[in-house]
Design a protein around this ligand. Structure first.
Ligand code: MN
Length: 330
Protein backbone atom coordinates (compact mmCIF):
# COMPACT_ATOMS: atom_id res chain seq x y z
CA UNK A 1 0.00 0.00 0.00
CA UNK A 2 1.32 3.41 -0.91
CA UNK A 3 0.41 6.43 1.17
CA UNK A 4 1.44 9.47 -0.82
CA UNK A 5 1.78 12.36 1.59
CA UNK A 6 0.69 15.96 1.22
CA UNK A 7 3.73 18.17 0.79
CA UNK A 8 5.45 19.15 4.04
CA UNK A 9 3.21 16.92 6.13
CA UNK A 10 4.53 14.92 9.04
CA UNK A 11 4.24 11.14 8.63
CA UNK A 12 4.74 10.31 12.33
CA UNK A 13 1.04 9.80 13.16
CA UNK A 14 0.53 7.62 10.10
CA UNK A 15 3.61 5.60 11.01
CA UNK A 16 2.26 5.11 14.55
CA UNK A 17 -0.97 3.71 13.15
CA UNK A 18 0.96 1.32 10.89
CA UNK A 19 3.18 0.14 13.73
CA UNK A 20 0.14 -0.33 16.01
CA UNK A 21 -1.12 -2.93 13.53
CA UNK A 22 2.20 -4.75 13.45
CA UNK A 23 2.63 -3.91 9.76
CA UNK A 24 5.95 -3.05 8.12
CA UNK A 25 6.69 0.29 6.51
CA UNK A 26 9.29 2.41 4.79
CA UNK A 27 9.32 6.19 4.28
CA UNK A 28 10.70 6.91 0.80
CA UNK A 29 11.37 10.18 -1.02
CA UNK A 30 10.86 9.64 -4.75
CA UNK A 31 10.30 12.04 -7.66
CA UNK A 32 9.70 14.94 -5.29
CA UNK A 33 7.06 13.07 -3.27
CA UNK A 34 7.26 11.59 0.22
CA UNK A 35 5.67 8.14 0.23
CA UNK A 36 5.01 5.77 3.09
CA UNK A 37 5.09 2.23 1.74
CA UNK A 38 3.32 -0.14 4.12
CA UNK A 39 2.69 -3.88 3.94
CA UNK A 40 0.94 -6.28 4.02
CA UNK A 41 -2.06 -4.52 2.46
CA UNK A 42 -4.65 -6.29 4.56
CA UNK A 43 -3.30 -4.78 7.79
CA UNK A 44 -3.13 -1.19 6.57
CA UNK A 45 -5.70 -0.68 3.84
CA UNK A 46 -8.31 1.03 6.04
CA UNK A 47 -5.88 3.46 7.69
CA UNK A 48 -6.93 7.09 7.30
CA UNK A 49 -4.63 9.96 8.23
CA UNK A 50 -4.58 13.72 7.66
CA UNK A 51 -1.07 13.63 6.27
CA UNK A 52 -2.11 11.51 3.27
CA UNK A 53 -3.01 13.06 -0.06
CA UNK A 54 -3.76 9.80 -1.84
CA UNK A 55 -3.63 6.10 -1.03
CA UNK A 56 -2.82 3.61 -3.77
CA UNK A 57 -3.45 -0.08 -3.38
CA UNK A 58 -1.44 -1.65 -6.14
CA UNK A 59 -2.82 -4.64 -7.99
CA UNK A 60 0.76 -5.66 -8.73
CA UNK A 61 3.47 -6.96 -6.41
CA UNK A 62 5.85 -4.19 -7.51
CA UNK A 63 4.31 -1.01 -6.17
CA UNK A 64 6.75 1.87 -6.62
CA UNK A 65 7.77 0.67 -10.10
CA UNK A 66 4.13 0.39 -11.14
CA UNK A 67 2.45 2.99 -13.33
CA UNK A 68 -0.65 2.74 -11.13
CA UNK A 69 0.49 5.56 -8.84
CA UNK A 70 2.66 7.48 -11.31
CA UNK A 71 1.10 7.97 -14.72
CA UNK A 72 3.77 10.27 -16.16
CA UNK A 73 6.83 8.56 -17.59
CA UNK A 74 9.99 8.90 -15.53
CA UNK A 75 12.91 10.63 -17.18
CA UNK A 76 16.29 9.51 -15.87
CA UNK A 77 18.93 12.22 -16.10
CA UNK A 78 22.44 10.87 -16.58
CA UNK A 79 24.85 13.80 -16.40
CA UNK A 80 22.51 15.90 -18.57
CA UNK A 81 21.48 13.08 -20.95
CA UNK A 82 17.76 12.39 -20.53
CA UNK A 83 16.58 8.80 -20.85
CA UNK A 84 12.82 8.34 -21.27
CA UNK A 85 12.07 11.59 -23.08
CA UNK A 86 11.31 12.08 -26.76
CA UNK A 87 14.89 11.39 -27.77
CA UNK A 88 16.18 7.81 -27.92
CA UNK A 89 19.56 7.60 -26.19
CA UNK A 90 22.26 5.39 -27.72
CA UNK A 91 25.09 4.22 -25.47
CA UNK A 92 27.92 2.61 -27.41
CA UNK A 93 31.40 1.31 -26.79
CA UNK A 94 33.41 -1.87 -26.44
CA UNK A 95 32.31 -4.91 -24.47
CA UNK A 96 35.35 -4.52 -22.21
CA UNK A 97 37.84 -1.73 -21.62
CA UNK A 98 41.15 -3.09 -22.90
CA UNK A 99 43.40 -0.09 -23.43
CA UNK A 100 43.20 3.70 -22.96
CA UNK A 101 44.06 4.83 -26.46
CA UNK A 102 41.69 2.31 -27.98
CA UNK A 103 38.84 3.29 -25.66
CA UNK A 104 39.23 7.00 -26.42
CA UNK A 105 39.38 6.35 -30.15
CA UNK A 106 36.19 4.25 -30.04
CA UNK A 107 34.47 6.89 -27.89
CA UNK A 108 35.33 9.68 -30.32
CA UNK A 109 34.04 7.63 -33.25
CA UNK A 110 30.73 6.67 -31.62
CA UNK A 111 30.21 10.26 -30.48
CA UNK A 112 30.70 11.48 -34.05
CA UNK A 113 28.08 8.98 -35.17
CA UNK A 114 25.56 10.28 -32.62
CA UNK A 115 26.00 8.18 -29.46
CA UNK A 116 25.16 10.16 -26.32
CA UNK A 117 26.80 7.83 -23.77
CA UNK A 118 29.81 5.53 -23.62
CA UNK A 119 29.62 1.93 -22.44
CA UNK A 120 32.55 -0.30 -21.50
CA UNK A 121 33.17 -2.97 -18.91
CA UNK A 122 35.94 -2.71 -16.31
CA UNK A 123 34.59 -5.62 -14.27
CA UNK A 124 33.46 -8.43 -16.56
CA UNK A 125 31.16 -11.27 -15.46
CA UNK A 126 32.57 -14.07 -17.60
CA UNK A 127 31.10 -17.54 -17.82
CA UNK A 128 34.56 -19.08 -17.62
CA UNK A 129 37.12 -18.09 -14.97
CA UNK A 130 39.78 -18.50 -17.68
CA UNK A 131 38.27 -15.76 -19.87
CA UNK A 132 39.43 -12.12 -19.71
CA UNK A 133 38.03 -10.70 -16.47
CA UNK A 134 38.39 -6.99 -17.22
CA UNK A 135 40.96 -4.43 -16.05
CA UNK A 136 39.16 -3.58 -12.79
CA UNK A 137 40.10 -0.22 -11.27
CA UNK A 138 42.54 0.48 -14.10
CA UNK A 139 39.58 0.16 -16.45
CA UNK A 140 37.68 2.70 -14.35
CA UNK A 141 40.60 5.14 -14.66
CA UNK A 142 40.44 4.72 -18.43
CA UNK A 143 36.68 5.39 -18.39
CA UNK A 144 37.38 8.60 -16.50
CA UNK A 145 39.85 9.61 -19.21
CA UNK A 146 37.23 8.83 -21.88
CA UNK A 147 34.79 11.18 -20.13
CA UNK A 148 37.41 13.92 -19.88
CA UNK A 149 38.26 13.58 -23.58
CA UNK A 150 34.74 13.27 -25.00
CA UNK A 151 32.23 14.44 -22.38
CA UNK A 152 30.20 11.27 -22.96
CA UNK A 153 28.64 10.07 -19.67
CA UNK A 154 29.82 6.59 -18.70
CA UNK A 155 27.74 3.49 -18.04
CA UNK A 156 29.65 0.52 -16.65
CA UNK A 157 28.85 -2.63 -14.74
CA UNK A 158 29.29 -3.11 -11.02
CA UNK A 159 29.35 -6.74 -9.87
CA UNK A 160 30.12 -6.57 -6.19
CA UNK A 161 28.57 -4.64 -3.28
CA UNK A 162 32.12 -3.82 -2.13
CA UNK A 163 32.77 -1.95 -5.39
CA UNK A 164 29.62 0.18 -5.59
CA UNK A 165 31.16 3.26 -3.99
CA UNK A 166 34.31 3.00 -6.10
CA UNK A 167 32.52 2.46 -9.43
CA UNK A 168 30.09 5.28 -8.57
CA UNK A 169 33.06 7.66 -8.26
CA UNK A 170 33.99 7.05 -11.91
CA UNK A 171 30.72 6.19 -13.67
CA UNK A 172 27.57 8.25 -14.28
CA UNK A 173 25.34 5.20 -14.49
CA UNK A 174 25.79 1.85 -12.75
CA UNK A 175 24.91 -1.23 -14.74
CA UNK A 176 23.62 -4.32 -12.99
CA UNK A 177 24.25 -7.20 -15.35
CA UNK A 178 21.94 -10.04 -16.30
CA UNK A 179 23.78 -12.47 -14.05
CA UNK A 180 23.48 -10.18 -11.03
CA UNK A 181 19.98 -8.86 -11.56
CA UNK A 182 18.62 -10.80 -8.58
CA UNK A 183 21.58 -10.13 -6.34
CA UNK A 184 19.42 -8.34 -3.82
CA UNK A 185 22.30 -7.01 -1.72
CA UNK A 186 23.80 -5.42 -4.81
CA UNK A 187 20.42 -3.95 -5.80
CA UNK A 188 20.07 -2.39 -2.35
CA UNK A 189 23.59 -0.92 -2.43
CA UNK A 190 23.06 0.59 -5.88
CA UNK A 191 19.72 1.88 -4.60
CA UNK A 192 21.43 3.56 -1.66
CA UNK A 193 24.04 5.13 -3.95
CA UNK A 194 21.20 7.08 -5.69
CA UNK A 195 23.22 6.84 -8.92
CA UNK A 196 21.26 6.25 -12.13
CA UNK A 197 21.07 2.48 -12.66
CA UNK A 198 20.72 0.31 -15.74
CA UNK A 199 19.09 -2.94 -14.66
CA UNK A 200 19.51 -5.73 -17.16
CA UNK A 201 16.88 -8.44 -17.24
CA UNK A 202 18.18 -11.77 -16.03
CA UNK A 203 18.24 -14.41 -18.72
CA UNK A 204 15.63 -16.51 -16.90
CA UNK A 205 13.69 -13.71 -15.30
CA UNK A 206 9.99 -12.96 -15.75
CA UNK A 207 8.91 -9.35 -16.26
CA UNK A 208 7.41 -9.39 -12.76
CA UNK A 209 10.70 -10.54 -11.21
CA UNK A 210 12.56 -7.88 -13.22
CA UNK A 211 10.27 -5.14 -11.91
CA UNK A 212 10.58 -6.47 -8.37
CA UNK A 213 14.36 -6.21 -8.74
CA UNK A 214 13.87 -2.57 -9.73
CA UNK A 215 11.55 -2.19 -6.74
CA UNK A 216 14.49 -2.97 -4.42
CA UNK A 217 16.28 0.14 -5.72
CA UNK A 218 13.17 2.33 -5.65
CA UNK A 219 12.51 1.31 -2.06
CA UNK A 220 15.97 2.64 -1.19
CA UNK A 221 14.92 6.00 -2.63
CA UNK A 222 16.61 5.60 -6.02
CA UNK A 223 14.07 6.45 -8.70
CA UNK A 224 16.68 6.69 -11.45
CA UNK A 225 16.29 3.17 -12.79
CA UNK A 226 16.29 2.18 -16.47
CA UNK A 227 15.21 -1.39 -17.28
CA UNK A 228 17.22 -3.14 -19.99
CA UNK A 229 15.94 -6.10 -22.02
CA UNK A 230 18.92 -8.14 -23.23
CA UNK A 231 17.47 -11.45 -24.31
CA UNK A 232 16.32 -14.48 -22.38
CA UNK A 233 17.13 -18.18 -22.54
CA UNK A 234 14.71 -20.17 -24.63
CA UNK A 235 14.74 -23.42 -26.61
CA UNK A 236 15.92 -21.45 -29.64
CA UNK A 237 19.62 -21.83 -30.40
CA UNK A 238 19.97 -19.83 -33.61
CA UNK A 239 20.67 -16.64 -31.67
CA UNK A 240 22.70 -16.35 -28.47
CA UNK A 241 19.61 -15.30 -26.48
CA UNK A 242 16.00 -14.67 -27.53
CA UNK A 243 15.47 -10.90 -27.62
CA UNK A 244 12.08 -10.52 -25.97
CA UNK A 245 10.77 -7.37 -27.62
CA UNK A 246 7.21 -8.34 -26.72
CA UNK A 247 8.09 -8.16 -23.03
CA UNK A 248 9.81 -4.81 -23.50
CA UNK A 249 6.62 -3.48 -25.11
CA UNK A 250 4.46 -4.97 -22.34
CA UNK A 251 6.73 -3.65 -19.60
CA UNK A 252 6.28 -0.10 -20.88
CA UNK A 253 2.55 -0.44 -20.22
CA UNK A 254 2.93 -1.39 -16.55
CA UNK A 255 5.79 0.81 -15.36
CA UNK A 256 6.74 4.47 -15.51
CA UNK A 257 10.44 3.58 -15.77
CA UNK A 258 12.28 3.94 -19.11
CA UNK A 259 13.07 0.80 -21.13
CA UNK A 260 16.40 0.12 -22.79
CA UNK A 261 17.24 -2.67 -25.20
CA UNK A 262 20.62 -4.32 -25.70
CA UNK A 263 20.58 -5.83 -29.21
CA UNK A 264 24.22 -6.98 -29.08
CA UNK A 265 24.14 -9.79 -26.53
CA UNK A 266 21.04 -11.60 -27.82
CA UNK A 267 22.34 -11.32 -31.40
CA UNK A 268 25.71 -12.87 -30.64
CA UNK A 269 26.54 -12.06 -34.27
CA UNK A 270 27.44 -8.70 -35.77
CA UNK A 271 25.11 -8.98 -38.75
CA UNK A 272 22.00 -9.40 -36.55
CA UNK A 273 22.62 -6.36 -34.35
CA UNK A 274 21.30 -3.73 -36.75
CA UNK A 275 17.87 -5.29 -37.46
CA UNK A 276 17.34 -6.00 -33.75
CA UNK A 277 18.27 -2.40 -32.87
CA UNK A 278 15.87 -1.04 -35.49
CA UNK A 279 13.10 -3.31 -34.20
CA UNK A 280 13.70 -2.15 -30.62
CA UNK A 281 13.38 1.52 -31.50
CA UNK A 282 10.30 0.83 -33.63
CA UNK A 283 8.81 -0.96 -30.60
CA UNK A 284 9.37 2.02 -28.31
CA UNK A 285 12.75 1.53 -26.62
CA UNK A 286 13.95 4.67 -24.83
CA UNK A 287 17.60 3.66 -24.96
CA UNK A 288 19.91 1.26 -26.82
CA UNK A 289 23.19 -0.08 -25.55
CA UNK A 290 25.41 -1.34 -28.34
CA UNK A 291 28.86 -2.93 -28.45
CA UNK A 292 31.29 -1.26 -30.85
CA UNK A 293 35.02 -1.91 -31.29
CA UNK A 294 37.73 -0.55 -33.57
CA UNK A 295 38.76 -4.05 -34.60
CA UNK A 296 36.12 -6.42 -33.20
CA UNK A 297 37.86 -9.56 -34.37
CA UNK A 298 40.76 -8.73 -32.02
CA UNK A 299 38.52 -7.89 -29.02
CA UNK A 300 39.21 -9.78 -25.79
CA UNK A 301 35.52 -10.54 -25.22
CA UNK A 302 32.36 -10.84 -27.35
CA UNK A 303 34.37 -10.45 -30.55
CA UNK A 304 31.60 -12.05 -32.65
CA UNK A 305 28.98 -9.41 -31.95
CA UNK A 306 30.79 -6.09 -31.58
CA UNK A 307 30.13 -3.74 -34.49
CA UNK A 308 32.85 -2.04 -36.49
CA UNK A 309 32.76 1.77 -36.55
CA UNK A 310 31.50 1.61 -40.15
CA UNK A 311 28.64 -0.67 -39.20
CA UNK A 312 27.76 1.56 -36.24
CA UNK A 313 27.66 4.68 -38.42
CA UNK A 314 25.37 2.96 -40.90
CA UNK A 315 23.17 1.72 -38.07
CA UNK A 316 22.83 5.23 -36.61
CA UNK A 317 21.68 6.62 -39.95
CA UNK A 318 18.96 3.98 -40.21
CA UNK A 319 18.02 4.32 -36.55
CA UNK A 320 17.38 8.02 -37.04
CA UNK A 321 14.89 7.24 -39.81
CA UNK A 322 13.07 4.65 -37.70
CA UNK A 323 13.01 6.95 -34.66
CA UNK A 324 11.46 9.70 -36.76
CA UNK A 325 8.85 7.32 -38.14
CA UNK A 326 7.64 6.58 -34.59
CA UNK A 327 7.69 10.19 -33.39
CA UNK A 328 11.06 10.08 -31.67
CA UNK A 329 14.50 11.46 -32.44
CA UNK A 330 18.05 10.28 -31.90
MN1 MN B 1 29.69 -8.01 -23.91
Amino acid sequence: MLFILKSNSDPSQLVEKIVARSASYRVVDLYGRRIVVAWPDKLVEDIVDDSVEVRVKSSRPYQLASSEWKRDKTIVDVDGVEIGGRSVVVAAGPCAIEDEELAIEIAKAVKRAGAKMFRGGAYKPRTSPYSFQGLGEKGLEILKRVYEETGLPIVTEVMDTRDVEKVARYAHMLQIGARNSQNFHLLKEVGKSRKPALLKRGMAMTVEEWLLAAEYMLLEGNGNVVLCERGIRSFEKSTRFTLDIASAVYTKTVTHLPIAVDPSHPAGRRDLVEPLALAAVAAGADMLIIEVHLSPEKALSDNEQQLTIDMFEKLMTRLKAVAEAVGRSI
